[in-house]
Design a protein around this ligand. Structure first.
Ligand code: AMP
Length: 282
């Protein structure tokens, strides 16, 4: 079935009504478009686990604290719709900004501590924007399962917290990060890197991989491991925002690393902010 587009909540409700009546399992993949194989992995997973797959494409102004980043966010709608169709997405919800945030809109979902550390500290209000838009999308689509990429590790914790706290009845499914062959995590923002920056950006995933290897060989000092990772990334000419090794659920920094902890990295190259992470000892 080729993907059809729905532009309003009412379109989504009526398109999904027969499926809901037939108790078919609905899977949902929220995106901001500029789709790549990382998104594709989410669609594929939803396709294998659900009867109906819904994607959304909406570049959410509320989660961009930097207007320049929003203005430069890539838009590739016709290619996106082709990817959705070829991945077997049944319905693509792509609401207008005026539908999502009409005149008078004045609510926000604030997820608290987990949304204020790391990305939340560097990008004030970012996770309020994410949580608010995800809550709105979940309320419209009302899926059984929603799929998120591990690439945005903290985002999953924020969404999971919100879903639990607000009793939104949906299972949150995490899909592993899809990478280029050299290790760079796929991201819509990668298209903004020129060849030189692209070559240097791989330092992030390299540093993470080296940390994982060093941990596997017995180094457990979080400071030693993260300092080494910072040096590797800075040596490639990137500006490190943070490198931290934390408890995987609370994002509290560790002193001594245990198997299952997560290393999280944010760094900027040529004005493009990239994030990545990995579970250590996995
Ligand atoms: P975005 O369009 O960047 O908001 O991402 C939409 C969804 O795709 C989020 O759940 C992301 O975590 C996920 N995603 C983005 N890049 C990747 C990747 N390289 N691997 C797996 N999932 C990803």
């Amino acid at each position: 079935m080729s993907a059809i587009s729905a532009l309003t909540p009412a379109d989504v409700t009526s398109a999904l009504r027969p499926h809901r009546t037939a108790s078919r399992r609905i899977g949902f993949v929220p995106t901001m478009g500029a789709l790549h194989d990382g998104h594709r992995a989410l669609f594929d997973r939803a396709r294998t686990e659900c009867d109906v797959v819904v994607a959304s494409i909406f570049v959410n102004p509320m989660q961009f604290e930097n207007p320049d980043d929003l203005a430069r966010y890539p838009a590739t709608l016709s290619a996106d719709l082709e990817i959705c169709a070829s991945a077997g997405v049944d319905l693509v919800y792509r609401p207008a900004a005026s539908t999502m945030y009409p005149v008078g809109f004045d609510s926000r979902v604030d997820v608290g501590r987990i949304g204020r550390v790391l990305e939340g500290r560097s990008r004030a209000g970012h996770y309020d924007g994410v949580a608010t838009v995800v809550a709105k999308l979940l309320n419209v689509v009302r899926p059984d399962r929603a799929y998120f990429g591990q690439k945005d590790y903290q985002q999953i914790l924020v969404v999971a917290r919100m879903v639990l706290d607000l009793e939104i009845g949906v299972d949150i499914i995490t899909v592993p990060t899809v990478r280029e062959t050299d290790g760079l995590a796929l991201s819509s923002r990668n298209t903004r890197l020129d060849a030189n920056a692209r070559a240097r950006a791989v330092a992030i995933s390299r540093a993470i991989a080296v940390t994982a290897t060093r941990f596997a060989h017995g180094t457990t000092g979080a400071r030693e491991l993260s300092n080494e990772a910072i040096e590797t990334i800075e040596a490639a000419g990137l500006d490190v925002d943070y490198v931290t090794i934390t408890d995987p659920a609370t994002l509290e920094p560790r002193e001594t690393v245990r198997a299952g902890d997560v290393i999280l990295v944010a760094a900027t190259i040529d004005g493009v902010r990239l994030i990545d992470n990995a579970i250590l000892g996995a």
